[in-house]
Design a protein around this ligand. Structure first.
Ligand code: DGY
Length: 318
């Protein structure tokens, strides 16, 4: 293989950079700054392989410069940032990083699911003030988790991993999804229409990919179906929720609270959310563990090696 050029759009964890084969020519030293359209264009014009991230918008205009490019390895399981038909038209393979971030994202979903009804962040903030007067029977009462109904919207890998974790909490699980998914031994879940899942769940967790069909899937009408005591968790993609409708639902207490890891217009976190005590806001941390982010990078490199060596990609999505 002659020395192919690799363009990495963003700084990746060091073990991933260390694993880049020596025979690849790195186009630039990756930095932690977001790419501009201009830098993306230059990178895509020069490289045979690209590792990009979910914050890079790879549209038809960027792809029009990619005359030598064979593979885009997206450093994420979601690939809504890439114009797949435009890539396919140019014969460019696009890959993602499934499986390796399932547990990390499911774990973070549960962190929100537990912290929200038990008011963990509010409690921590109060304890740090030095003004906590001591235990009282009526202080900071939250809501039970164990035994409540968990509703999963989107029963792919991450949705299933979240559902499996509910066993220890004795939570009945209902889900809405395109396909019927059989549950593993010792776990039970029931498929229901989306509106029923929203109406019957105490916790609703979103795990659909962002597509034209799922954009604003959770809109004003669907939020109104939820119980006033229910919590909504989103670790999928921000635009799956109509954020303006969610802000109103939270302000008017149509629902009890929300745990958000993703936003409609990242990195903008709307100020109306910031002032609400019944919301937990995280900065898109779903896959953010060192182990996971290293595994994601290694998958990108495996896919690149396969394509550059003329083998099928391991995780092609287009
Ligand atoms: C993904 O891989 O799509 C995640 O959102 C990254 O954290």
């Amino acid at each position: 293989m002659e020395h192919p050029t690799l363009y990495v759009t963003r700084l990746l964890p060091q073990p991933v950079l260390d694993a880049i084969p020596r025979q690849y020519r790195m186009l630039t030293e990756p930095t932690d700054l977001p790419s501009t359209e201009e830098t993306l264009r230059r990178g895509f014009a020069a490289a045979q392989a690209v590792i990009c991230t979910l914050t890079d918008r790879i549209d038809a205009s960027v792809l029009s410069h990619a005359t030598k490019l064979k593979i885009i390895a997206n450093y994420a399981v979601g690939y809504n940032n890439i114009d797949l038909p435009a890539a396919a038209q140019r014969g460019i393979i696009v890959t993602n990083t499934p499986d390796v971030l399932t547990d990390a994202t499911a774990d973070l979903t549960w962190a929100l699911l537990l912290a929200l009804p038990r008011r963990v962040l509010e409690g921590d903030a109060w304890a740090r003030t030095g003004r906590w007067p001591g235990w009282t029977p009526t202080q900071m009462l939250g809501a039970d988790v164990s035994g409540k109904t968990l509703g999963i919207i989107g029963m792919g890998r991450i949705g299933q991993a979240v559902a499996q974790r509910a066993v220890g909490f004795r939570m009945p699980v209902i889900y809405a999804g395109r396909h019927s998914i059989s549950s593993p031994p010792g776990v039970s879940w029931t498929r229901r229409p989306l509106d029923d899942v929203l109406a019957e769940s105490d916790f609703v967790s979103l795990h659909v990919p962002l597509t034209e069909a799922t954009r604003h899937l959770i809109d004003r009408r669907r939020l109104a179906l939820m119980k006033p005591t229910a919590f909504l968790i989103n670790t999928s993609r921000g635009p799956v929720i109509d954020e303006a409708a969610l802000m109103s639902a939270l302000e008017t207490k149509t629902i009890a609270g929300a745990g958000l890891d993703v936003y409609e217009h990242e990195p903008v976190v709307p100020v109306r959310f910031v002032s609400l005590p019944n919301v937990i806001l995280l900065p898109h941390l779903g896959s953010a563990t060192l182990e996971t982010r290293v595994r994601m990078g290694l998958i990108c490199l495996d896919n690149i090696a396969a394509v550059l060596e003329g083998r099928p990609a391991l995780n092609q999505v287009n």
